[in-house]
Write a protein that binds this ligand. Structure first.
Ligand SMILES: [Zn+2]
Length: 84
């Protein structure tokens, strides 16, 4: 049983007729009603239990371990030329 908070009873109640829904932002929520007063209850489950869409999770770019030589360095070693 999913528990939610009833704003009318101002107490925690088990959500009756709970229906799991997915919101537009990808999160899951449970919609139901209070078994005591019948008020609509809505509980956001969050996105911990599911994989969020790729757009919501920016992938941090790790810094390269090898230093990138500056193009303006001018000290690029020339390729070995064959002795003629
Ligand atoms: Zn209630």
């Amino acid at each position: 049983m999913i528990e939610g908070y009833c704003v009318k009873c101002k107490a925690k109640r088990p959500i009756a007729d709970a229906v799991e829904e997915q919101m537009k932002n990808g999160r899951k929520a449970v919609k139901g009603k209070c078994p005591t007063c019948g008020a609509v209850m809505f509980k956001i489950l969050g996105s911990k239990s599911m994989t969020p869409p790729a757009a919501a999770a920016p992938i941090p770019t790790p810094a390269p371990e090898t230093p990138v030589p500056s193009p303006a360095g001018g000290s690029t070693p020339a390729p070995a030329e064959p002795a003629s």
